[in-house]
Unconditional design. Structure first.
Length: 226
């Protein structure tokens, strides 16, 4: 083997060793980062910093919880915290006249509805951010057009201040992750919020991305095993 051939082989071997090291390092880090911890984190602040809090932690009883609420769905039925008691649910915020991100978000929520249609542990709540326009009859028509199934997926309307308060102060829903803005600012967010059986936030996802629905699906299954 000539000089240049030997040099080529040595260079190739060095690159293979370096690449192997990088792969090993990435795998090592993946196994030793919070994301690899068993179960899903909790989210207690608007910046959506994940926190893994064990039951024996003194802060466990202080984990942020969605407070009691009461709205009307597309059938005029009162939907409150008792409806979601012991359920896992995904919440988002839309309006029926939206022609930008909302149609895509609704289509993606429909993917989840189909996947968990026969799963009694899972519900979906879509809150209208223009409730004065999206009255019960409007939501009913929208639900019919979009194939939304009552009792599984609730389109919610009600007092606008109440919706905006729970959206921004409790779900930390804003125009971008980590920013929920002034309560009076118009709410137009792509966030899907995953809430566990005790009304605690366990995940946030971009509802405009179909790929995120796969991650959300897996996270719902993880919560079901808790």
């Amino acid at each position: 083997m000539g000089y240049w051939e030997q040099k080529f082989v040595r260079t190739l071997m060095i690159r293979l060793i370096k690449n192997s090291y990088r792969v090993f390092l990435l795998l090592f880090l993946a196994c030793h980062t919070p994301l690899a911890k068993k179960g899903l984190p909790f989210y207690n602040k608007a910046d959506f910093t994940p926190e893994w809090i064990k039951k024996n932690n003194p802060h466990y009883s202080k984990i942020h919880q969605i407070p009691p609420f009461s709205f009307l769905d597309q059938d005029g039925k009162k939907i409150n915290e008792k409806v979601v008691e012991g359920k896992i649910y995904v919440a988002n915020f839309i309006f029926t006249r939206c022609i930008s991100i909302c149609p895509k978000m609704t289509d993606h929520m429909a993917i989840l509805q189909k996947r968990f249609l026969k799963d009694s542990q899972v519900l979906f709540l879509s809150h209208s951010v223009t409730p004065k326009i999206d009255i019960v009859q409007v939501l009913k028509s929208y639900a019919t057009r979009k194939g939304i199934i009552s009792e599984k997926w609730h389109l919610l309307t009600g007092n606008q201040d109440s919706i905006y308060k729970i959206a921004k102060k409790e779900y930390f829903a804003g125009d971008s992750v980590g920013y929920f803005g002034n309560q009076k600012d118009f709410l137009h967010t792509e966030n899907f919020i995953l809430v566990d059986k005790k009304r605690r936030i366990r995940g946030v996802y971009n509802g405009t991305l179909a790929l995120e629905m796969d991650r959300l699906t897996e996270d719902i299954k993880t919560l079901e095993e808790e």
